[in-house]
Design a protein around this ligand. Structure first.
Ligand SMILES: Nc1nc2c(ncn2[C@@H]2O[C@H](COP(=O)(O)OP(=O)(O)OP(=O)(O)O)[C@@H](O)[C@H]2O)c(=O)[nH]1
Length: 381
């Protein structure tokens, strides 16, 4: 594969952490507490499930760049691990990783408070294990949570499917889907909607699933999709993803179908760009940023496909897939990109100012379902 690769870095970085370490600045000491404090007003994504189902691994792999093999050495979580990723990611939320063995329906445990401020509840089921007990716990969890806050998005990750054959995967998904919905129907909870995803930390499926979970929480999603559609149709681009660089979650894409291979290619491109930038892009004294407003990359593949990455905001990058002949009109693409970037900044500026008065609302207001977004700082527009 012949790769023509360009990464440009200027010294005027603007606000991303000075260095761009392996964990992208997520390495703060975890906030370990048994119960939430009233100040935890950020929208939450809860990770729940039985012990050893893979919750901490998912969190570490998606948000902390941990390699899947390293998760073999993760110790069991004993307390709720609250991960506030708002300082380094576009999506301004907290992820709460629950210890599997804790009974969160213990009367001393304020589950009403937890569920009220929750945007999405991800329930992780180990597909390599007997899942009968997990289904019981899923039902208990979602039915309680639904009664407290029917606005929560309920997401079920049928996890560790790397160990299953394709047929077995489909059969497992069908069976879990059927049983979980039967349990809900028996409890007269037909309105409670569960979404199912087959996931593994050993491939991109976990990033894809997390992308879908996060997208549901972004109120501006239709606008973003519209902007992407207009941008690609006027620029001869085949597919475009708007990525949160830190997590490789795509927060929006155009309306053409997503194929896993394209998504993986774009994820790999982000890894390459950031890794090369970390090694060669920083100043000699280690200062500077691996991702800033001058970050861009072009990778030409030997099958006449071009990958084009450009910075959109300090957290977001646009990654496009296009044919070589379309790339000959790079001037047009860049002009359209300029307009697209401006529009995105405007969307989030409006979003940020519209959210401001809501900031003082109590935890549990319906607004908490939507993830607050790290908008674009004014001075970068
Ligand atoms: N094969 C496979 N193993 C996985 C996957 N995800 C996690 N694991 C393994 O599952 C084991 C348990 O993972 P953890 O992340 O510690 O599970 P947990 O749900 O956080 O466990 P508790 O903290 O005890 O609640 C680890 O050995 C992981 O390496 C996966 O997608 N596939």
């Amino acid at each position: 594969m012949s790769i023509q690769y360009v990464v440009e870095q200027l010294s005027d970085s603007y606000g991303v952490a000075d260095s761009f370490p392996k964990d992208f600045g997520y390495g703060e000491e975890p906030d370990m507490e048994d119960s939430p404090s009233p100040s935890d007003s950020k929208p939450r994504i809860l990770l729940m499930g039985l012990r050893r189902s893979g919750k901490s691994s998912i969190q570490k792999v998606v948000f902390h760049k941990m390699s899947p093999n390293e998760t073999l050495f993760l110790e069991s979580t004993n307390k709720i691990y609250k991960d506030d990723i708002s300082s380094s990611s576009f999506v301004n939320f907290q992820i709460w990783d629950f210890p599997g063995q804790v009974d969160f329906f213990d009367p001393t445990f304020d589950y009403e408070m937890i569920f009220r401020g929750t945007g999405a509840l991800i329930f992780v089921i180990d597909a390599q294990d007997d899942y009968v007990e997990a289904l019981g716990r899923l039902h208990l969890t979602v039915s309680r949570a639904y009664r407290v806050n029917p606005e929560i998005n309920f997401e079920v990750f049928i996890h560790k499917v790397d160990g299953l054959s394709d047929d077995h995967k489909i059969e497992t998904q069908r069976d879990i889907h059927q049983r979980a919905n039967d349990d809900l129907a028996d409890a007269n909870l037909e309105k409670l909607h569960l979404s199912f995803y087959l996931t593994s930390i050993y491939d991109h499926s976990i990033f894809e699933a997390f992308s879908k979970v996060v997208q549901k929480l972004i109120p501006q999603l239709p606008t973003l999709e519209n902007l992407l559609n207009i941008f690609i149709s006027n620029s001869g681009i085949e597919k475009a993803f708007l990525f949160d660089v830190v997590s490789k979650i795509y927060i929006a894409t155009d309306s053409s179908p997503v194929d896993m291979q394209s998504y993986e290619l774009c994820c790999d491109m982000i890894d390459v760009v950031i890794d090369v930038s970390c090694i060669y892009g920083l100043r000699e004294d280690g200062s500077g940023s691996a991702y800033d407003k001058e970050s861009m990359a072009i990778i030409k593949l030997n099958n006449t496909t071009v990958l084009y990455l450009k910075e959109v905001t300090k957290f977001l990058a646009l990654v496009c897939i296009l044919r070589e002949e379309s790339f000959e009109r790079k001037g047009l693409i860049d002009y359209n990109f300029h307009c697209f970037r401006k529009a995105i900044h405007e969307v989030f500026e409006v979003g940020v100012s519209a959210q401001r008065p809501l900031g003082s609302q109590a935890v549990g207001s319906p607004c908490n379902k939507a993830v607050a977004l790290n908008g674009t700082p004014r001075n970068t527009v």
